[in-house]
Design a protein around this ligand. Sequence first.
Ligand code: RUB
Length: 315
Amino acid sequence: MNSELERIAQGISSMEIRGAGRIAVASASALRSVANASTAGTVEEFSSDIKHAARRLVETRPTAVSLPNAMRYVIRHGLNGDTSSVEDARTSVIKAADDFIENANNALHLIGEFGSRRILDGEKVLTVCNSNAAIEVMRHAAAQGKDIEVFAMETRPRFQGRLTAAALAKAGITVNLIVDSAARYYVREVDHVIVGADAITANGAVVNKIGTATAALAAHEARTRVSVAAETFKFHPDTVVGELVEIEERDPHEVLPASEHIDGVRVRNPVFDITPSEYIDIIVTERGVIPPQASFYLLTNLFGWHLTERDPWEQ
Ligand code: RUB
């Protein structure tokens, strides 16, 4: 087993590498190192090394579609059947991985640019978890001289909200860290909810960190705008044919440590939830801003007829 592949796969499983965008970039870079290190003697063997690595990565966490989409991109562009030698295939996979990573970095910048145009000077913003894409929007707004104030939900049980609060404070943004259950209390004074996404379905529902759906529901009730910041690789192709997004449930000890065990009590720890499209105003992507109802159109545009094909690492 390639040691860099294993390091990245374990890092994703343990959440040392986390956040859908970072997971995608790390997995693309894992395929890059497998391609670099492969000692395959034939193109078929090389292709099998890459697909085996993709399967290992895809198994690490089930919800963020950015991971399988990164694998789809690298395999479809890198192992496209045009290569006759292992060296050509290696160069092609490395280039595909590099392109994916470069596009992902550029996407974040564009999302920041497009999303920040929707933020007004003086706005108060509520956010959940730790999304690079959502942070990028707020950072860009602040860099344009807009005076914004953010309420960051702490995001139990792993407290990713603390990372967001620290990143925003570092960017000079006024930030309040609040407990998750205070979302409805503060939503009345907030002008805008901005979150990221782990997956977006064909019907425009957004899968993101647990607590997002509650915040969006409270925002809907208070008639507060909800924006989702997400790279196009967060759109889930399988949902076009009715597949449901699997919601990861992690170790209950993240919620209640073993030392505080309560007899007869089962602890549940789902880590994502689903916000229906009716509670979302816009999705900000690197291609532009769309209403959630346009997700199906975007998916067909992104994947074409590959939409209904089997996963390339299974072929
Ligand atoms: C992270 C999370 C983030 C999205 C988007 O969950 O829900 O909001 O992944 O992040 P976890 P980004 O901490 O369980 O991975 O915009 O950085 O891709």
